[in-house]
Design a protein around this ligand. Sequence first.
Ligand code: PLP
Length: 388
Amino acid sequence: MTEVPIRSAVQMVLRDGWAEFVFGQPHPSLLPVAAMQRAAHDTFAAVGSAPLAYGSPEGVWPLLEWQRQRTAALEQIDLSAEEVIGTAGNSQGLDEVCTLFTRPGDLCFVESPTYHLALKTLRDHQLDLRPVPIDAEGLRVDLLEASLRALEADGRKARALYTIPTFHNPTGISLSLERRHQLVALAERHDLLVIEDDVYRELWFDAPPPPSLFALAPRGRVIRLGSYSKTLAPGLRLGFVTCSAAQALRFADDGVRDSGGAPSFAMGMIAATLCRAGGFDAHLGLLRQSLRVRRDALLRALDRDLPPGCHVTRPGGGYFVWVTLPPPVTVDRLLPAAERHRVSFVPGTAVCIDGRGQHQLRLAFSLLTPDEMADGVRRIASAIADVS
Ligand SMILES: Cc1ncc(COP(=O)(O)O)c(C=O)c1O
């Protein structure tokens, strides 16, 4: 058999000699290779060919039940088996939510900045995207309210809000508890469907985050997207949705599931074996510890080497730090200089839909080692000096 080079098979292409802050992906040493190998063996030994059949449309039952119990305990909520649905990760989950619960042309609010690839999915569904700014406490609920009122005065209604309230991508900021309550109440008053992307909830380093919007809201108001991409591995393509039982029925009944069964069924069966044997918590513990070390190393390097006038967020979890540069430095000018120094980042302009972001950049601390990050920050500082 011809050997296929692994590097050409994966999405992330790393350039030799570059400090790649651009990728929000775990370092390969943080992926649970041995545990997955064992779980795959144990799964097939226990259930034979079952993982290679079509799975039931709701998702992988052993994994869903494990997740249901975990979520109910962590968030101290009642959660029935009818309120959890399996997905192939948050990207697929978001696409499915748009298919099932929106129509082309619907108005949808998003944080600006937000996860740039979610914007692509929302645009695939031809949603009319409207920005809501964020500050140190997260989404500006007061400005969202003003926009909703202005729309209503115009005889229009918004359909949805896509939000990442916990360890937000790209800023690392979490929405305060007070604003979570305000947001849920506002969504209720304006009949706004909240799509909560909760991909980083379990990756906290200092203290657990505030409750999800899903946990705070009446059922039916919030569809929460959870994923194993950040806690186990993105290649599994596994996630879950918590929503109302009525919404869950719509997922389970959609054409793709009717035809193809559970998304990522075989991987889900293997992941269920791993999770139910305690492998999830063991891996999560190591991951949190390692990501905390990486975050601290990045913050130390930024504090040491960035010029005065820069502002850096200090996230309590997740993958990202958001840097604001002093006004004369724009990312349009910084990017070419950074390329000359062989260092990459996501420019603020790629993640804002309100014309802002010229003075901001996103750095991921999930992929690089502390030494690589220290070196990369020196390169960014040199690039800033070049364009100042
Ligand atoms: C906010 C957010 N949502 C979704 C995703 C993608 O998640 P998944 O791999 O579960 O599709 C990412 C990955 O970077 C993310 O940061």
